[in-house]
Design a protein around this ligand. Structure first.
Ligand SMILES: [Ca+2]
Ligand SMILES: [Ca+2]
Length: 179
């Protein structure tokens, strides 16, 4: 009984740590990393910029499908699309041109005149359809989060130097072994 309790405790710990520290996911088609960033749209966009990117720019259907495959079609996620600067003119926070859209039926609505931020997974059909929405961090049961898209970080010069020293050291050990 005691061991069962410990096993359940450890597996719960493991599961929750996986959710808290989820690793970014690499998309070989775009050569970009994707990760979840929390908060309302502007908070999520700021967090994405700290990672070196922006909220995701969905450039085409294959990227939308990849997002659904990797982040699911149930939870709603902010994407980079917004019309905060000019009502009705949607742009990506990354500055990339709008080449693809996946609006839900009747969207965008700009309901009550304050829907300037776009989230995906607004339908239950699994197609990840988009809706323009107010800049909220929580709606009823749903804590909002976004998907960040960013380039793979280049290793720091100092870590490259350390890596080089490591290689030299390994070479020296190998040479010594030959003697
Ligand atoms: Ca993209
Ligand atoms: Ca709407």
């Amino acid at each position: 009984m005691k061991y069962l309790f410990i096993a359940v405790f450890l597996s719960t710990l493991l599961l929750s740590s996986q959710q808290l520290f989820a690793a970014p996911i690499y998309n070989s088609a775009t050569d970009h990393l994707y990760d979840i960033v929390s908060g309302n749209w502007t908070e999520a966009e700021s967090a994405a910029q700290i990672l070196g990117g922006h909220l995701v720019t969905v450039n085409n259907q294959s990227e939308q499908t990849w997002l659904l495959d990797n982040f699911g079609s149930t939870l709603r996620y902010w994407i980079g699309l917004n019309d905060v600067a000019l009502e009705g003119t949607f742009v990506w926070s990354s500055g990339e041109p709008v080449t693809y859209t996946n609006w839900g039926t009747g969207e965008p609505t700009n309901s009550q005149g304050n829907e300037h931020y776009v989230a995906m997974n607004w339908g239950s059909n699994g197609n990840g359809v988009w809706n323009d929405f107010p800049n909220l961090s929580q709606v009823a049961w749903n804590n909002y989060s976004g998907i960040a898209e960013y380039v793979c970080p280049v290793p720091e010069p100092t870590s490259m130097v350390l890596f080089g020293i490591g290689l030299l050291g390994a070479g020296a050990i190998r040479r010594r072994k030959k003697i």
